[in-house]
Design a protein around this ligand. Structure first.
Ligand code: GLN
Length: 389
């Protein structure tokens, strides 16, 4: 038999998604892969039921249904402070996962370098490999996960084609300040580099932090490919609705990549989601308040148990320090945690370029009762799985 493709030799399956399967296998409370267990807004579900009886069962326009793009353009124009053209500056994709992959294929050639901050969402590693690009990792330093501007400039000196910016950041919960973004923007301009953003947590930001859209910085619109999705904002991760927003010349190419990758996002789901895109500001305020409560509940629970952890500024993840448990492998720790404590987590090593084995990631996008159940189980963690007596 001939051998399979070389590019797939260099990565494993997604550890995040693997941990969901392991959690399910042990009946653990799954706080690994980040998705809610509460219902999406009722209005979306009602509209979805209606849509099944309407005429939305064939392909939509490949770069997104007209009314979806119009509703999205209106919402994002409001937030990003610039009039976005629904006809020339948007491609609707199958989740932000496809948006990021399409963005990478749109701007990079095999062999091009791409700056990635570490820790990073694991898909970026695979995205670079699949597009033939080579990552240059720049560390973010705890506890605030700040970068060192000189280290960043050194990375830019290697003439990368693009920088990937996850803001608010998964897994570390960092929300980049305007000043930090300005440093990145100045370097992107100086070294003539694209910036591909992943802003799926744009509406999940905790006071006093604020989300700044990178594309809204002076002179950054021209070189920014903004990727995001409806998954987290409307609790519909399974609908796989994402998008790219960028200048027309970039979108023209992204449209072609997207067209041949997937043809288009699901037409009935786009139609139902328009309802959400038309929600007023109140919805986003409520979402923020809901996640702030969940964050506070969960972090207080962890503090009561006495496990040290990061304090997220945005997104819905927290990194826990597991040094005290005496495990050399965080992967092994997560398997034992799912099996013997009954809580699913993601090993931190799947997010770091550096050799980090003492962190695990949990998420709190769950009903309060699910979070309490997880905390109850975690209360007994030291008796159950500590290797150091
Ligand atoms: N973004 C979520 C996480 O980090 C889910 C990722 C996925 O599986 N697409 O867990």
């Amino acid at each position: 038999m001939p051998s399979l493709s070389k590019r797939t030799e260099n990565f494993t399956d997604s550890v995040i998604r693997r941990m969901t399967r392991i959690s399910n296998q042990y009946g653990a409370v799954n706080l690994s892969q980040g998705f809610p267990d509460f219902e999406p807004p009722r209005e979306l579900l009602d509209r979805l039921a209606e849509v099944s009886k309407e005429d939305f069962h064939q392909y939509s326009i490949t770069w997104g249904a007209q009314n979806f793009r119009e509703a999205l353009a209106e919402k994002q124009s409001r937030l990003m402070g610039r009039k976005i053209d629904p006809n020339g500056e948007i491609v609707v994709t199958c989740g932000s996962t496809e948006a990021m992959m399409a963005a990478m294929m749109t701007v990079t050639n095999p062999g091009d370098k791409v700056i990635v901050f570490s820790p990073f969402y694991e898909n970026y590693g695979a995205d670079t490999i699949l597009s033939g690009a080579e990552p240059i990792y720049v560390p973010l330093y705890p506890p605030e996960f700040n970068f060192n501007a000189d280290e960043l400039e050194n990375a830019f000196k290697q003439h990368p084609k693009a920088l990937i910016l996850c803001n608010p950041s998964n897994p570390c919960g960092k929300v980049f300040t305007y000043d930090e973004l300005k440093v990145i923007a100045d370097l992107a301009e100086k070294y003539d580099t694209f910036v591909i953003t992943d802003e799926v947590y744009e509406h999940i930001v905790y006071e006093p932090y604020k989300h700044t859209y990178f594309a809204s910085l002076p002179k950054m619109w021209e070189r920014t490919i903004s990727c995001s999705s409806l998954s987290k904002t409307y609790s519909i991760t399974g609908w796989r609705l994402g998008y790219i927003i960028a200048p027309k010349n970039i979108i023209e190419v992204a449209k072609k990549v997207h067209d041949f990758l997937t043809v288009g996002a699901a037409a009935p789901l786009q139609e139902a989601a328009v309802t959400g895109l038309k929600f007023g500001d109140e919805y986003y305020k409520d979402l923020q308040a809901k996640y702030t409560k969940k964050k506070d509940l969960f972090l207080k629970g962890l503090d009561d148990i006495g496990i040290s952890h990061t304090i997220p500024q945005g997104a819905y993840y927290v990194l826990l320090d597991i040094s005290e448990f005496g495990y050399e492998s965080d992967l092994e720790f997560c398997e034992v945690l799912a099996r013997d404590v009954g809580v699913g987590a993601v090993p931190g090593s799947s997010f770091f370029r550096e050799n980090v084995n003492h962190l695990i990631r949990l998420h709190f996008a769950k009903k309060d009762e699910t979070l309490y159940e997880a905390l109850n189980r975690l209360e007994h963690i030291r008796n159950k799985i500590c290797k150091i007596l």
